[in-house]
Design a protein around this ligand. Structure first.
Ligand SMILES: NC(=O)c1ccc[n+]([C@@H]2O[C@H](COP(=O)([O-])OP(=O)(O)OC[C@H]3O[C@@H](n4cnc5c(N)ncnc54)[C@H](OP(=O)(O)O)[C@@H]3O)[C@@H](O)[C@H]2O)c1
Length: 382
């Protein structure tokens, strides 16, 4: 495993971090983690040098934290930097901060959190935290030894990112969505550099765009770009090596869903490093960026923050089917897939436009309109 600096802190963190949002599940139900398999995956990663584990209140419908707590028992807890997050959408009054934090300590079977984040900050959550004097609370927790490093994860525009970074002098780290397709969205490369310049460690989430960049079959225009590669790397390794090449990046979180993915990503990380890419390599990734951008209409990362939809609309599944069909120009295939895998009561035409999903989407997708477009394409006569 390769280890990297963590901002101003005197820590060495593994290039690969374990994101605990994509564990294998039973019957496609994200609240039912396949515990024996997932436990082996997490322990394998730690036994092979991963020392950063990222969880959150909401992952796997609140089952991720308790599960991670059980897996880290028996001595694994001390071997990792454990990260979890305040569920920003549940914080209404000052008392909620201690209430949720103490529940998290219990769920994780620990007395302290190494890396504590304000989850999914956007302008609305940020303003709410400011009104609750969040910094006093964070500093109290640090003084009590219950939080070691303070940070935030982020889903809004670059301008809001800048406001948050400049709004507090004691951030230790931040977590941003960043991959070779999304370099100008949200914090983007500008945000990455700003945070690093200020001495923050930067943790990367959605490095494979939630799995979209790991698709076994690439759109032909993208496959052509990777065919030029002089490295024996898969397109998945390319996406990760590109991140590790950048000095501003500390940990790359991967949400792995099979033991094979863990084994592979550990191997990829073990041959990673800053400055490993040549100028030609960087040009290749830039070309892949252009090609990918040209053919993926809805930037959904299947994070499922939008669920459950009050109407039962299967938003991420519909967008995945639509994107796939559009990417490969296979409308008939998309229509078959839609008919087969999305039950009638979960289809896009069940949307009543309440907007609950849009308020929660970290990608700020116009979900209501996008559902209409997807439904038309996936049902209209060809
Ligand atoms: N704070 C926030 O707001 C926030 C938001 C999102 C994520 N996160 C954190 O960041 C972590 C990383 O984000 P992410 O889970 O979206 O990561 P990601 O790496 O972009 O996507 C994970 C998916 O990529 C695929 N994958 C990973 N390694 C692979 C391999 N070697 N071969 C083939 N496919 C592979 C898997 O897809 P399949 O399952 O389809 O095989 C996996 O589920 C999360 O787990 C979570 O801890 C935080």
């Amino acid at each position: 495993m390769e280890y990297r600096n963590f901002g101003k802190l005197d820590w060495k963190v593994s290039a690969l971090g374990f994101g605990t949002m994509r564990f294998p599940v039973i019957d496609g139900d994200s609240s039912k983690i396949d515990e024996p398999t997932a436990a082996k995956m997490l322990r394998y990663a730690i036994d092979n040098g991963v020392n950063y584990v990222d969880t959150a209140w909401g992952y796997h419908r609140e089952q991720s934290e308790p599960f991670v707590g059980r897996v880290l028992a028996d001595g694994y807890r001390e071997r990792v930097k454990l990260a979890t997050k305040m569920p920003s959408w549940l914080v209404k009054e000052p008392g909620d901060l201690d209430k949720h934090f103490n529940t998290q300590l219990e769920r994780l079977q620990t007395d302290y959190i190494d890396c504590y984040l304000l989850h999914a900050l956007n302008k609305r959550y940020w303003d709410n935290y400011l009104s609750l004097n969040i910094f006093d609370w964070l500093e109290r927790k640090k003084d009590e030894g219950k939080i070691r490093a303070v940070g935030f994860s982020f889903h809004d525009s670059y301008e809001v990112f800048e406001e948050i970074i400049n709004g507090y002098d004691h951030w230790d780290f931040c977590q941003i969505q960043y991959n070779y397709v999304d370099i100008e969205e949200q914090a983007g490369v500008k945000g990455l550099k700003l945070a690093a310049d200020k001495g923050l460690a930067v943790v990367i989430m959605e490095p494979l765009r939630g799995g979209g960049l790991a698709s076994p079959v690439l759109p032909p225009s993208v496959a052509e770009v990777f065919a030029r590669s002089e490295h024996p790397w898969t397109h998945i390794e390319w996406a990760l090596q590109w991140l590790w090449d950048q000095p501003e990046v500390s940990v790359v979180l991967s949400g792995m869903s099979t033991p094979e993915q863990v084994e592979q990503n550990v191997q990829f990380a073990s041959r990673s490093g800053v400055g490993k890419l040549s100028d030609d390599d960087r040009q290749l990734i830039s070309d892949a960026h252009q090609a990918m951008r040209a053919c993926s209409p809805i930037p959904c990362t299947k994070c499922e923050y939008c669920l459950p939809c009050p109407q039962g609309v299967r938003i991420p599944s519909i967008f995945a089917i639509y994107n796939d069909a559009m990417m490969f120009n296979l409308q008939a295939y998309g229509q078959r897939n839609y008919g087969f895998s999305v039950p009638k009561d979960g289809r896009a035409d069940q949307c009543i436009e309440c907007g609950a999903c849009e308020a929660l989407c970290p990608q700020q997708i116009e979900i209501i309109e996008s559902l209409k477009v997807a439904h038309k394409y996936l049902t209209e006569t060809i």
